[in-house]
Design a protein around this ligand. Structure first.
Ligand code: CA
Length: 223
């Protein structure tokens, strides 16, 4: 997706830009409401992530002028405010969604996918299969080629995340957040070390590999 991020907190900008780019999105980031409006009117974005409290024009004013100019670009409000009246005001002005800080990065991605009306994930079953790998999510049992694998809870959590997203590259940011919690300030080698330990049990004893590294992006589980 082509995304416009309007946010003036530098740390949040860096975190979001990095994570969104890892997930394959193109991101233009601006820290001022007037710049955001100018860019949103000049370019066709798939979605705008809009902070409410911005210098120049606040998020509400940006949205109001954008809609007044006849632009229907989906807008997701990002804000620390959690008052109901703020949310109502945002929706009344034509916001499509609302996310309150602090939020989980995975939730932001899910909401962006929703805004873009991309296909949603299949309903969950308790049995997951990838090639000759089987995961029983009710009993937390993992088998490959009929052989039981003994995984630690972190290894299991990583395998489950990748299996539920079979064939889809998962970035280190998304993996770290899913395993260690939101806004985890991970060293990418923490994720890499966990992946190495999982591979030693999942792939090394077998002829074919299921867990693949995608250079510069992340990891994918696929037969
Ligand atoms: Ca702000």
């Amino acid at each position: 997706m082509q995304l416009l991020l309007a946010e003036d907190e530098q740390k949040t900008v860096e975190y979001l830009t990095k994570g969104l780019r890892e997930d394959g999105h193109a991101v233009d980031a601006v820290g001022d409401g007037a710049d955001a409006l100018a860019l949103a009117l000049r370019n066709e974005f798939d979605a705008i992530i809009l902070d409410v409290m911005l210098p120049g024009l606040d998020g509400w004013e940006v949205l109001k002028r954008l809609r007044a100019a006849g632009r229907a670009t989906p807008v997701l409000f990002l804000t620390a405010r959690d008052h109901v009246e703020d949310r109502v005001r945002g929706f009344d002005l034509g916001a499509n969604d609302y996310l309150i800080k602090p939020f989980a990065f995975a939730e932001l991605l899910a909401r962006l996918r929703n805004l873009a009306r991309l296909p949603k994930a299949m309903p969950e079953s308790s049995l997951l299969a990838v090639g000759d790998l089987e995961i029983d999510t009710l009993r937390h049992r993992v088998c490959r080629a009929g052989q039981a694998l003994q995984l630690t809870s972190k290894e299991y959590a990583l395998l489950l995340l990748l299996a539920r997203n079979k064939g889809r590259v998962m970035s280190r940011t998304v993996i770290a957040e899913a395993i260690w919690g939101m806004f985890h300030d991970q060293q990418s080698n923490t994720v890499d070390a966990l992946v190495r330990r999982l591979r030693a049990k999942l792939d090394m004893p077998f002829e074919s590999a299921l867990l693949h590294a995608i250079r510069g992006t992340g990891y994918v589980l696929d037969a």
